[in-house]
Design a binder for this molecule. Structure first.
Ligand code: G1P
Length: 300
């Protein structure tokens, strides 16, 4: 059956306005904010490529043209770097264009994440696919997508990623009620609620921005009513898939214990920059020395 095919398509919703990062995002897409020396979105596309998802559909909106330009070639820049013999920079700019086929579609109305995913229906067709949220940066060494793909191959249906958060932070996330699947490293999702109040949350397990979805989600999204924030929520569609029976239903989850940064959040964005800069071949050693001195000065 077509829906059991290996997942090759990734959908990256990138239409959000980035209001959490104003004024930096007043005239530039939040996805283009650099993390060390690459725009945040490039890490997400690279993660998809590493997991074998070579067909990427980005859901964009107005004022997001910089995203398309970033993943396109600039022959004049390449020629000038070539002429200067600057092969290092040349290969750095070519990295973004070598990540696979990237397609773009605009979400014309900002009606929420569920609606953004529904915009991918025609491109995706009748096969399972991945959704990667552009704000979530998963550390390269903590491969999450591959383990999700392995679970999806076993369970069929849809697979989400959860992370334990401090109870008081759960109202910023989708929250899952889960049960153990004996003998497995994954869990079964019994129910989901988008951004619950702290005292109503069924757990402290937060939905993070990686999903493997059965195409049945499109049928569900078509009738999903606006929920939290008057937006069509992907979480609400997944809640329906988790609680119904039949072809394409069922939701399982991987509990991620690796490093995740929310590059739409100022503090987490800074942490991502410092962590990746410390690990960077060119910057790491000097930055570590400086950071130690900086901390000592702060303590003094
Ligand atoms: C979205 C989802 C939410 C999820 C979060 C992860 O919310 O709706 O369920 O927990 O991403 O980053 P957003 O952060 O876009 O408001």
């Amino acid at each position: 059956m077509s829906v059991s095919r290996r997942i090759t398509k990734a959908v990256i919703p990138a239409a959000g306005l980035g209001t959490r990062f104003l004024p930096a995002t007043k005239a530039m897409p939040k996805e283009m904010l650099p993390v060390v020396d690459k725009p945040a979105i490039q890490y997400v596309v690279a993660e998809a490529a590493r997991a074998g998802l070579s067909d990427v559909l980005m859901i964009t909106g107005r004022s997001k043209r910089a995203l398309e330009d970033h993943f396109d070639r600039v022959p004049s820049l390449e020629a000038s770097l070539e002429a200067k013999g600057d092969h290092k920079k040349l290969s750095m700019i070519q990295e973004a264009t070598a990540l696979g086929d990237i397609h773009y579609i605009r979400q014309r109305d900002p009606r929420g994440l569920g609606h953004a995913v529904l915009c991918a229906k025609q491109h995706v067709g009748d096969e399972p696919f991945a959704v990667l949220l552009g704000d979530d940066l998963i550390h390269e060494q903590d491969d999450l997508l591959t383990s999700m793909i392995q679970v999806q191959e076993k369970t069929g249906g849809s697979v989400i990623a959860l992370m334990e958060v401090d109870a008081q932070h759960i109202s910023s996330y989708g929250c899952a009620d889960v049960e153990v699947v004996s003998g497995s490293e994954y869990v079964k999702v019994r129910g989901l609620v988008e951004k619950p109040n702290v005292d109503e949350a069924p757990s402290n397990l937060a939905v993070i921005g990686r999903y493997l979805l059965h195409p049945r989600v499109f049928d569900v999204l078509e009738h999903t009513a606006p929920g939290r924030g008057n937006e069509i929520q992907l979480t609400d569609a997944l809640q329906e898939l988790a609680t119904e029976n039949g072809e394409g239903s069922g939701v399982h989850a991987v509990i991620f214990r690796g490093r995740r940064y929310d590059t739409g959040d100022k503090l987490s964005y800074l942490e991502a920059n410092i962590t990746l800069a410390v690990e960077n071949d060119e910057l790491g050693e000097e930055l570590k020395i400086w950071l130690k001195e900086f901390v000592d000065r702060m303590d003094a």
